[in-house]
Design a protein around this ligand. Structure first.
Ligand code: 26M
Length: 821
């Protein structure tokens, strides 16, 4: 097949065209004359799906025949985005399909836009799961992703009068051409009920759980194509159905409402994704989701193991289960339940199998994000699992209690049960104890795990915590998002770039080649022109594509410090107004991101960004030198448009708080320079690109910790910085909210008296570093040199590298790198 830019063979194009026409007619039931863009999208998706399916069946067959060890990636979130371009790219059919559609008078780019995003995730954690699925397929790992098929993904965000409004997301409303329902794959998942003690013939006692309620889990499979289509894996998502959907008994007795209630209660489990990306809502429905998908997934993988290998005791040799955060951690207790109660494997043996099978990835150290469940809720919903957790805990505490340093405080810290505010089960502890390896997602984060939340557990099992720095798939975040840059790069390094990203290093010498950097800069400019058109369409603001595009896109959270960025914006706005005669660097501040619906402060930050934009964009003295835009409804597709057009990437979290970040990698790969703190993977990006090619500022994680012990009032820092105090004063006095001058009082007061995220402490450093950015931007040659150096050093951040490390050091499965065959 031809690579991008080459002219595809006419015969192949004709064949694809005919396949699409065939799908349009027989599967969509439309004629060419009456087909809508959506009809064309479905027909095109179905035609590439056929190719994927052929390879998919072979992949499944090969894994079966060779008895390969499988990897199971358990995640409550898969933030996939659109699949059409991804599928066409990885099947190497994109140019041919574009040409085939063109022959039919259809524009592939228009079809791309009608596909809804699969937004089954909140942010970084869910997107990482999607990148990992793609890399596991690319490396021919026999892997399954398991999750929930939410009817409604992450809410749609609209901005009205500067404020976020949440609307339901409805990705399935026009059907989903990528999934296959598997009606034969149904599992019962029990809840509540009671436990009976039975005596076995040999006198042993056995606990039998008699659930009071059973919900059915239905499988929906989506094929995930790896690069060059060599291997296809399955993403299996579970939908909840009432075991007896009609409850005819109730219905016939006249209790029509009651008959439906059971159905609603069961099906509510897979209705909607929980929209918090940090603080768990702590609700019963969330625990039901977690157990529902953990149980269905384990039943499914145990069934597969038994049918292939026939001996449950070899499970750990043939299955590696990765827990994506603690959300699926109840699976540890569930596997013990299966081994001990169903297969009558002795406890110690069961525990050894469990530990050897599971591993756990931690994605955040924020205390409010650590999942705990009230013991009474667990006892009611999962009585047998609560028993099992107590027994795991008793044996664990007995073991560590024999140690020399077994103080009461130490045992309390090590216990699976947190007794400090009501009795709660610590899911992080359960995931840790039930795993043979535990990992963080960047070097700094993995180190901090050992000194903070998991300090005591690490001392019991030293060496268990390892690091696996996150990565991103270059197929989506380079080739699909930025095809023109990809073409330029492959001209230099060859078309195996997406097989082995480290060959990007060969681009480094071109950083000093002005013919190359000019083309590189021209591609950026074209991407900025395209983004400017999008911004104008969506929010009616006109941008100057020659301005510096300074981009801050991610979930809105205090620790990510969008407010620090807004404060610098306000400071510069005041300066431009005061000294409009000076030569200012034209700059566009681009914000996007969703706030959890219940996170009041985050929503106020969104409103502030919008209010500042309104005032700045219409101020005549600013003369367009500064624009501030907030793009609504940030999602994967929007990121694909924004990132290739970014000059500056904002990665400015309070040091020690962003576990890794992956947006940072996407930007640097596409050649944006980073302004960032020494946090998460920024530290490793600095290592790779070198200090002259990144703008690092602010307190380090150690300094943050030290500073907080001295107090978190912002008063001193504010008093020391005239700029900061003036910016705060203008926000507090209503310059940006004249209709309600005290709107931002709460934000300003928090920064002044209670600045936990150390915005004020870092302000001057950030402001000055932004001035360094301006200086560099003036020196265009130096700017583009740094941009090219960024791109050329990002190969290591491919998720292919990350997944290879998991495969070798945690899962013990082989990998086969992709390649032309
Ligand atoms: C928990 C309970 C109830 C509802 C929602 C949650 C929940 C959902 C997502 C909690 C945390 C969630 O995500 C955390 C997350 O996205 N962490 C990010 O993980 C990325 C991938 O490792 C890192 O790059 C980011 O730094 C980290 O913030």
């Amino acid at each position: 097949p031809a690579a991008t830019g080459q002219v595809p063979a006419a015969a192949e194009v004709a064949e694809i065209r005919d396949r699409i026409l065939e799908k349009l007619k027989h599967s969509v039931s439309k004629s060419v004359g009456s087909a809508t863009p959506h009809d064309w999208f479905i027909a095109t998706a179905l035609s590439v799906r056929d190719k994927i399916v052929e390879s998919w069946l072979t992949s499944i067959d090969t894994a079966k025949k060779t008895g390969r060890k499988r990897v199971y990636y358990l995640s409550l979130e898969f933030l996939i985005g659109r699949l059409l371009i991804d599928a066409l790219t990885n099947m190497e059919l994109i140019d041919q399909t574009r040409a085939a559609l063109a022959e039919l008078g259809v524009d592939l780019e228009a079809l791309r836009e009608v596909e809804p995003d699969a937004a089954l995730g909140n942010g970084g954690l869910g997107r990482l799961a999607a990148c990992f699925m793609e890399s596991m397929a690319t490396l021919s790992i026999a892997a399954y992703g398991y999750g929930i098929r939410y009817d409604h993904g992450l809410f749609r965000q609209r901005i009205k009068d500067g404020r976020q409004l949440e609307y339901p997301e409805d990705w399935l409303s026009y059907g989903n051409p990528w999934e296959f329902q598997r009606p034969e794959l149904v599992y019962g998942v029990g809840f509540s009920g009671h436990i009976e003690t039975q005596t076995l013939p040999d006198g042993e006692l056995k606990q039998v759980w008699m659930p009071g309620e059973t919900v059915q889990a239905l499988a929906y499979d989506t094929p995930i194509a790896g690069w060059r289509g060599a291997h296809i894996n399955t993403l299996r998502l579970w939908a909840a159905r009432a075991a007896d959907p009609l409850r005819l008994d109730k219905f016939n007795s006249g209790d029509h409402v009651g008959a439906l209630m059971d159905q609603v209660r069961a099906e509510s489990i897979s209705k909607v994704l929980y929209p918090g990306d940090t603080s768990p809502a702590g609700q019963e429905l969330r625990l039901r989701q977690e157990y529902f998908f953990a149980s269905a997934s384990l039943q499914d993988l145990v069934r597969r193991h038994m049918s292939l290998f026939g001996d449950i005791k070899t499970l750990a040799d043939k299955a590696a289960i990765q827990l994506n955060d603690t959300h699926p951690a109840i699976a540890v207790a569930e596997l013990m339940h299966i081994l001990v109660d169903r297969y009558d494997i002795p406890w110690n043996k069961s525990w050894a199998i469990t530990k050897a099978t599971f591993s756990y990835t931690n994605h955040t150290l924020l205390p409010e994000a650590l999942e705990t469940w009230p013991v009474p809720l667990m006892e009611r919903l999962l009585p047998r699992h609560m028993q099992i957790i107590y027994l795991i805990n008793a044996l664990h505490l007995e073991k560590v209690g024999k140690g020399p340093d077994a103080s009461g405080a130490r045992l309390a810290a090590l216990s699976l049960i947190d007794e400090s505010h009501g009795r709660r089960v610590r899911m992080g502890h359960l995931a840790f104890l039930g795993s043979h390896k535990v990992n963080g997602v960047s070097a700094l984060h993995s180190d901090l795990m050992k000194t903070t939340v998991f300090r005591d557990l690490e001392s019991v099992e030293p060496g268990k915590i390892t690091n696996k720095t996150n990565g991103i798939t270059f197929r989506r975040w380079l080739k699909e998002a930025n095809p023109s840059l990809t073409s330029l790069l492959t001209e230099v390094v060859g078309d195996t770039l997406l097989d082995d990203a480290t060959i990007l290093e060969k681009v480094a010498p071109y950083a000093d080649d002005s013919a190359f950097t000019e083309r590189y800069a021209a591609i950026r400019r074209a991407n900025k022109v395209a983004l400017s058109a999008l911004v104008r369409d969506r929010i009616g603001v006109k941008l100057d594509p020659d301005a510096l595009f300074d981009v801050h896109i991610k979930r809105i959270h205090e620790y990510k410090r969008q407010i620090l960025n807004i404060l610098e914006t306000v400071a510069i706005f005041e300066e431009i107004r005061a000294q409009s005669f000076r030569e200012w660097i034209p700059r566009v501040k681009i914000f996007a991101g969703k706030a959890a619906a219940s996170y009041t402060t985050a929503k106020l930050i969104i409103q502030l960004a919008n209010d500042v934009g309104k005032v700045v964009n219409s101020d005549p003295t600013v003369r367009g030198l500064l624009k501030v835009v907030f793009l609504p409804n940030y999602n994967v597709s929007l990121a694909e448009r924004i990132i290739p057009a970014a000059d500056l990437s904002e990665q400015i979290s309070t040091a020690g708080m962003e576990a890794s970040g992956t947006g940072n990698m996407k930007f640097a790969l596409n050649g944006a320079l980073t302004i960032g703190t020494l946090d998460g993977a920024n530290v490793e990006i600095l290592e790779k690109v070198g200090a002259p090619n990144i703008f690092i500022f602010g307190l380090t994680a150690d300094q943050v910790e030290a500073k907080r012990t001295q107090g978190i009032s912002g008063q001193e820092a504010i008093a020391r910085s005239q700029r900061l105090s003036e910016a705060l004063e203008s926000i507090a006095s209503g310059v940006f909210s004249p209709e309600q001058p005290d709107r931002y009082r709460p934000l300003v007061d928090a920064l002044t008296y209670n600045d936990f995220f150390l915005v004020t402490a870092d302000f001057d450093s950030y402001y000055n570093t932004q001035r360094d950015v301006f200086k560099r931007w003036r020196d265009k040659k130096s700017w583009w040199r740094s941009a090219v150096i960024n791109t050329s050093n990002m190969g290591w951040f491919s998720s292919d590298r990350t997944i290879t490390e998991y495969a070798q050091e945690i899962w013990n499965v082989p990998t086969t790198p992709p390649g032309r065959n």
